[in-house]
Design a protein. Structure first.
Length: 406
């Protein structure tokens, strides 16, 4: 068996994930949300998610060894970056917990539970951050450590307490957040995108707890005179990176997924109106203004408006007896009632376009019915053979008192 297989430190060293990766993903998540945050700045939840993503990306940037060294050099204080990074981690933990509580229970001005939780979270983590700086000022940490400070100073008075305090604050926030999220994710009434987003968030917070466990175990081992520093320096960083990736995806997915789903729905509706639009355009010789730069919602509105405007003058030329026979023919061919109604309306529209005369607007082809059912009529026109078969049978069959249901 190779030495690498027996040495967890060496194995985890090969699995190292650069902190730039979660920092970049969190920044990308923030940039994706930024237009919506700016447009709807008065929405507290959007501001909160923007703040959480900004805080989280700042944590990973500031906790990079090269950045830690630069901060220490600029301030002239060895390990000055330690209380700063610990404070950012604590602040991000509290901000994430506060966001989830608000997201789950409603805005503070609407929920007494949220108001109480907000006060406890803000005051609690403010005290933690203040205590971190006081403990650092009391500690004697003259040797700069950019990667293994937690274990190197694990037995140093005051610094020992500082390390435990930030880990405790982070663990409490992650444990509470994970519990709230998993309880929420079991709600059967959730949107699918939100459910998957919550699962990713829950996984991210679960990995954060693994990060805390690795750090605490390494620190406690130092107290006992042992030296498993690989838990803190090799295991914890990639776990934190994976956690951040899941958290970024969890924040993005519900919003981006719903937006993509809505865009898909609009484009699909526009596409489904294509057959009826082309039939009417060939009959009228004109269509709506078209622009590739126009938003999908605007193109759909223009197409719907054009179809209804074109159907209004056609409605008075629709032969109600023909549509009744077409409906009976479609039902006789085995089509369900809704499909038969759409096929009969399609037959009536085609007949009105070709003949330009006929009965009035009585019966199943009243203007309201035509304007309401444009999607189903267009869907029927997508199968010209079925329409032709129904029309041929309706033309050859006399009416027998069958009415097209509204």
């Amino acid at each position: 068996m190779s030495t690498l297989a027996l040495d967890p430190s060496a194995l985890l060293g090969r699995l190292y994930i650069s902190l730039w990766i979660p920092a970049a993903l969190l920044t990308a998540a923030l940039l994706l949300k930024l237009p919506t945050i700016i447009r709807l700045w008065r929405d507290p939840l959007l501001r909160a998610v923007g703040g959480v993503l900004l805080f989280a990306s700042t944590v990973f940037v500031c906790c990079m060894p090269s950045v830690i060294h630069r901060m220490n050099v600029l301030t002239g204080v060895p390990n000055f970056a330690a209380p700063l990074c610990y404070s950012l981690i604590a602040a991000n933990s509290g901000a994430g917990l506060l966001f989830i509580v608000t997201w789950r229970n409603g805005l503070p001005e609407r929920s007494a539970v949220t108001r109480r939780a907000t006060r406890w979270i803000v005051s609690g983590y403010a005290v933690v951050i203040a205590a971190l700086w006081v403990l650092f000022a009391l500690a004697d940490v003259p040797v700069e450590r950019v990667r293994d400070l937690d274990t190197y100073y694990a037995r140093t008075p005051f610094m020992r307490e500082e390390i435990l305090l930030y880990l405790l604050a982070h663990t409490v926030a992650c444990a509470l957040s994970a519990r709230l999220i998993w309880n929420w994710a079991r709600d059967r009434g959730l949107d699918a995108w939100l459910r998957w987003g919550l699962r990713l968030l829950g996984g991210g917070y679960a990995l954060s707890l693994l990060y805390d466990a690795a750090k605490v175990t390494a620190v406690a081992a130092r107290w006992l005179g042992r030296d498993p520093d690989w838990l803190s320096t090799n295991l914890a960083p990639p776990v934190a990176s994976l956690s951040a990736i899941l958290l970024a995806a969890g924040f993005i997915l519900p919003h981006a997924g719903q937006a993509l789903h809505e865009r898909y729905r609009v484009r699909l509706a526009h596409h489904r109106l294509g057959p009826l639009y082309r039939v009417l355009r060939s009959a009228t010789g004109a269509g709506p203004r078209f622009s590739l730069r126009a938003p999908a919602e605007l193109r759909l509105t223009r197409r719907e408006t054009y179809i209804r405007d074109a159907l209004l003058p056609l409605a008075r030329h629709v032969d109600p007896e023909l549509t009744e026979r077409a409906y009976a023919a479609a039902r006789a061919l085995g089509h369900p009632a809704a499909r038969a109604r759409a096929l009969s309306a399609a037959v009536g529209v085609l007949d009105a376009i070709e003949n330009g005369s006929g009965g009035g607007t009585a019966g199943g082809s009243a203007p309201a019915s035509l304007l309401r059912d444009i999607a189903s009529i267009s869907s029927a026109l997508r199968r010209p053979k079925a329409v032709a078969t129904v029309r041929a049978l309706a033309t050859a069959t006399p009416a027998r008192g069958v009415r097209v249901p509204e």
